[in-house]
Design a protein around this ligand. Structure first.
Ligand SMILES: C[S@@+](CC[C@H](N)C(=O)[O-])C[C@H]1O[C@@H](n2cnc3c(N)ncnc32)[C@H](O)[C@@H]1O
Length: 414
């Protein structure tokens, strides 16, 4: 196709899976990020593939009424956000349309209820930042290059405060040459900062950082997959849903507390029967909430840290009807003897293993609740569920401004 220095024009006619606009050039599909349907845009070709072109936006010649100015100065360079150029109502409409397109593949044409994020910005409780040539930042869109940042509009206040202090500290500091990334996590007014390093850093350097960060922070170092506590706060405490929970610097936790609470509340309202099984159960908060609504609950989780936190949560809150199973769902689900009424699954992006999917289908639970962060694998798995019908689909906007969202599907046996 044409020389990639050239500028072209097209009108956006649709959206791709990542929410990027689709236009056509001589009949060939062109993916142009940060554009909206109906807009006339000027673009250039970045990669000319056999069936489509990856492009970058140069100018919006005729803009949509839904277009707004992005809040973040790094928007479109930093790969974190996909939708700062449009109003939130439109963002939710696009996400719904993308999910609807996926679900049509399994002949679902019903309603999709949307649960918006109460906060569009400053909601994320976690960030992973990278260091490259003295620059601290986030990855550029679909690239490993680092976009240097002074802060991120999506994260909570203490995380941005930490980024601001760290960026001056690590810049041109030889001690941090071996740093891969830093994970910062905030819960309420406390924050843990975990340095992932290829060579250990002297403790006195961390103490200097702690002095600057202050007593609301805790510092950890992870070297060779081993995490050591250095100083400050050791665990984050949360009191959501009447449970006392302690989180470490490492375990999985949903990134948007407000939306997570709405999601857990909905699941809790939907469970049916006395015996519940929660697969891919994470740090145990959801299991803890559900344990108050049933006679018996079993939770399966593979991660060591997550399982340990779930066990601590059970002990601290006296949840005697909860059993935490430490293992792989593909194996553990075959061992379960009990007849469960409701099954909940919340797998990672790669979805259910074939074994788990087939077991769920053959067991014909009264209710099957699937939480998914990847609509492609969700649809693949739902295709196998010949013994269930879909009663409800909800989109929870856990990741406002980014291309991601969480889907909740409630099914019942036929
Ligand atoms: C998307 S998270 C959901 C966690 C939890 N439901 C929550 O809301 O916090 C997926 C979880 O599945 C766990 N996991 C990944 N593969 C697994 C497997 N094969 N068996 C059991 N758990 C697994 C991960 O450690 C992670 O905690």
């Amino acid at each position: 196709m044409e020389n990639n220095k050239e500028k072209y024009q097209t009108t956006i006619i649709d959206y791709g899976y990542d929410g990027e606009g689709i236009g056509k050039l001589n009949g060939k599909v062109c993916f142009i990020p940060y554009t909206l349907k109906g807009e006339l845009v000027e673009f250039k070709i970045i990669e000319d593939k056999k069936d489509f072109c990856k492009c970058s936006l140069l100018n919006v010649l005729h803009s949509s009424n839904d277009r707004i100015s992005p809040l973040c100065p790094y928007f479109s360079k930093c790969g974190g956000c996909a939708y700062q150029h449009i109003n939130y109502k439109k963002e939710l409409e696009i996400k719904k349309e993308l999910l609807k397109n996926q679900l049509q593949k399994i002949d679902f044409h019903g309603d999709i209820e949307i649960v918006a994020s109460p906060k569009e910005y400053n909601y994320r409780n976690k960030i992973k930042i990278f260091l490259e040539n003295g620059k601290l930042g986030l990855k550029e869109r679909k690239s490993n290059k680092i976009c240097e940042i002074k802060g991120c509009k999506l994260v909570k206040n203490l995380i941005n405060n930490a980024i601001n202090i760290l960026k001056n500290f690590v810049k041109n500091n030889n001690h941090f040459k071996s740093l891969s990334n830093i994970v910062i996590r905030q819960e309420e007014e406390q924050c843990l900062v975990n340095f992932f390093v290829k060579r250990k850093i002297e403790k006195k350097i961390y103490f200097q950082i702690y002095d600057k960060l202050g007593e609301n922070y805790g510092i950890f170092e992870t070297f060779n997959n081993q995490t050591s506590y250095i100083c400050g706060i050791e665990k984050l405490k949360s009191l959501e849903f009447g449970l006392t929970c302690y989180f470490s610097a490492l375990s999985f936790h949903q990134v948007n507390n407000d939306v997570c609470n709405l999601l857990y509340k909905k699941i809790s309202d939907e469970i049916e029967g006395k015996n519940i099984i929660n697969c891919y159960s994470g740090n145990g908060v959801l299991s803890g909430i559900l344990s108050k609504k049933c006679l018996n609950i079993e939770a399966i989780e593979l991660g060591d840290k997550e399982h340990q936190e779930a066990e601590d949560l059970k002990q601290i809150n006296f949840l005697n009807n909860l059993t935490n199973i430490h293992g792989d769902c593909s194996k553990e689900i075959l061992r379960l003897k009990e007849d469960f009424d409701t099954i909940i699954v919340d797998p990672p992006r790669n979805g259910l293993s074939r074994i788990v999917a087939e077991r769920i289908n053959s067991k014909k639970f009264k209710k099957f609740i699937y939480v998914s962060c990847n609509s492609a694998t969700l649809v693949r798995d739902l295709k196998l569920m010949t013994n269930y019908k879909i009663d409800k689909v909800m989109l929870f906007d856990m990741f406002a401004k980014t291309g991601e969202y969480e889907t909740l599907v409630i099914l019942s046996k036929i």
